[in-house]
Structure formats: C-alpha cells, structure tokens
Design a protein around this ligand. Structure first.
Ligand SMILES: *Cc1c(COP(=O)(O)O)cnc(C)c1O
Length: 359
C-alpha cells in the first residue's frame, strides 16, 4: 500500500497550479508574471510547485528567507530568485553563492550590497504605505543620490488592500509608486500581488508577484473564484460511532447529540493544520467536511489527531476519505469557517501529511 493512501494527505494538482499561473498571465497585459513561492510554496511543496511553474513559463520567483532561496536554486538553476526579507547582515556571500537577488530595504543594506555584492543584481523595495519591511521614499531618494555602484534590476512595492478594489488606498499607493519609479527611469517595476491582477492595468507594471491565487485562493473576494482549486486536504474516517441522543462528543463535552446520531472520527486534527477554531461553537458559522458525497458538520472540539463529524444524514463508513478543503469545500470557505484566511490555512498544513502530486 502506498503511504499516500494510508492516512491524512494533501493532494496537489500541478495542472491546476499551471493553469492558474497562465490565467494570471492572460490578465497581466504583457507584464511578466512571477510567483511568490515563499513558505514552501504556501505549504504545498517548494520543489514540485517551482518546477511546475517553470514549465508553465514562470522565470521570476519571490521567497522570504535566503534559505528558501538556496533550496529553490537547487531546483531551478536558471530562475531569478528575489529574497523579500532583504539582505541579512554578513550574508552577502550566501546570496552570491546561491545567486539570490536581495530586495534591499534600507540605505545601509544598499551600501552593503554595493561593497560586497560584486556587481550582482539587486532589487529596491520602497514603501508606498503598508509599512512592512521596505525603505521610505526619502530613503530611496538617498540611495539614488548616493550614486552607489548597484545593478538595480527591479523596483518593487507592496499593496495593502488590493483585494478591496474600491479601497482608495490602492490609488494612493499607485501614485506614490509612480513617484518612486520616476527616480529610477529604465528600471523594471513590480507592484501587484494576486489581487493586484484584478485592479486596473496600471497596477501590473513590468513584473507581478502573485502567490495565493496560484495556489487556488480567491483573488476577488465576494465574487466567484476565477482560480482552480490546487490543494485538497483529506483524511481517512477512522471509525463511525453510534452516539445516542443525549451523549456528548469530544473534549470538554461541548457537543451533545440532539438525536440518535452517527459520528465519524476523521484522522486529522490541529497538528495537521485543521484549526481548532473549526470546532463547533468556536467556528464562526460552523465548519464542514465533505464525506460520503456530502457536506457534514464538524461537531465538538477538533483535537490534535482527530476531528468528529456528524454523519447521521450521510452514508459514511470506516476508510472513507473526508475532505477539509479542496475540490468540494472551497479553500476560502474553510478558512472563513476557522476565522482565518486562505494564506494561513495553507501554510499551516502540518508536516505529517503525505503530499501527493497529480498532473
Ligand atoms: C507574499 C507576497 C506576495 C504575494 O502575495 P499574495 O497576496 O499571496 O498574492 C507578493 N509580494 C510580497 C512582497 C509578498 O510578501
């Protein structure tokens, strides 16, 4: 028996990943489309996802940590790899060794790369309002005025609210970024994350940096999801129990059967990234799994290794697969039922899953 079939697994559809990249490419109006592949490709596996995206045509990748960049370099010898954390002190040699492009976030970092970067390419990350790691506009002016010998191949900035197209902060950030672009004529520019592809075309610039949409998250909240589901998280039903009316299920006796019930115990819990907030009573609105061909509510507390599901109205038996999110339960819906966002749900998938790739 293949261990993929034994217990909890995440099935990752690489064809859907590639299709999502191509769909964003089709929207980007001629801009190059890159990929945010930090955090182990949002929990789905750096190597497999990076290779699939390369086949689709992706050449520029964004990681957070230098170590992630080194891991990616081992897989994609010819990719351009940007490190969003910036340039760690004393780390220039490491970046050079793995040909990582630091996205510089301050004047001191720019000076360090000018000294130690041996003319290798770098990016400049300017803040247009989000106040995450990046340099202020005034500091960018200082970097330009310092006439450092830097090979700047990208000017980037990050949007705070691109999934809210009506939010006036988008236009404000766009205007500020235009001022930064004017300081560096001829340097390629990058502003859009996933949802930025669904703003007006002036947000696309020369290179985009989608992440969550590649992995199946909805870049247009409140509207139908234009992306295909990529990840399906499932676990086996370990046991189906008859629970007579009046009995309780799970820790702290938070759920009592209101009728004679059948409860399936599914072999994945919070260690596997099933948020404890999917417990009945803790979840905003209630969480469901898809099992026995239908949606069934989670009951009682999600525990470390298992989750209880009321399957009284479904035909479920031991060994059936129960889906927490994926092709039947949308990723964004599952995240909302745990009071969180798709990014967090994906990146919290535990290491205990078998990761199973299909094309
Ligand atoms: C994570 C990240 C992205 C990708 O954002 P998504 O919302 O997942 O598309 C793009 N740019 C930067 C700087 C990031 O940190």
């Amino acid at each position: 028996m293949n261990s993929n079939d034994l217990s909890a697994r995440v099935t990752i559809n690489l064809s859907a990943l590639k299709a999502n990249w191509l769909a964003l490419k089709a929207r980007a109006g001629g801009a190059e489309v890159g990929a945010a592949i930090k955090a182990d490709a949002y929990g789905l596996g750096l190597a497999a996802c990076a290779k699939a995206l390369w086949v689709a045509g992706c050449r520029s990748y964004f990681v957070a940590r230098p170590r992630e960049g080194a891991e990616l370099r081992a897989v994609l010898p010819d990719a351009t790899i940007y490190v969003l954390d910036g340039l760690y002190d004393g780390a220039a040699g490491y970046y050079l060794q793995h040909r990582l492009v630091p996205s510089l976030i301050s004047l001191p970092e720019a000076q360090a790369w000018a000294r130690e970067g041996q003319g290798a390419p770098c990016a400049l990350h300017v803040d247009s309002g989000i106040n995450r790691v990046s340099m202020r506009m005034a500091e960018l002016e200082q970097v330009v005025a310092a006439k450092l010998s830097l090979n700047v191949i990208l000017l980037m900035s990050h949007l705070a609210s691109s999934e809210e197209p009506q939010n006036p902060f988008n236009a404000l950030q766009r205007q500020r970024f235009a001022k930064a672009q004017a300081l560096l004529p001829g340097v390629r520019a990058s502003l859009a994350n996933s949802s930025g592809h669904y703003l007006t075309s002036d947000f696309f610039c020369d290179l985009t940096r989608p992440g969550i949409a590649l992995y199946g998250g909805n870049p247009t909240p409140g509207q139908p999801n234009p992306m295909q589901a990529v990840a399906t998280a499932e676990a086996r039903v370990l046991q189906v129990r008859d629970v007579p009316k009046g009995e309780v299920v799970g820790y702290n006796t938070t759920w009592t059967a209101a009728r004679d019930s059948r409860v399936a115990l599914v072999g994945a819990g919070y260690r596997d990234g099933i948020p404890r907030r999917m417990s009945s009573g803790l979840s905003p609105g209630g969480a469901h799994v898809f099992v026995g061909g239908q949606r069934c509510p989670i009951v009682g507390r999600v525990s470390m290794d298992m989750t209880a599901v009321d399957v009284t109205d479904a035909k479920v038996q031991r060994g059936d697969w129960a889906e927490f999110f994926g092709t039947h339960i949308p990723l964004d819906e599952a995240a909302a039922s745990a009071g969180t966002i798709s990014w967090e749900l994906l990146t919290h998938l535990g290491s205990r899953y078998a990761r199973h790739y299909i094309e």
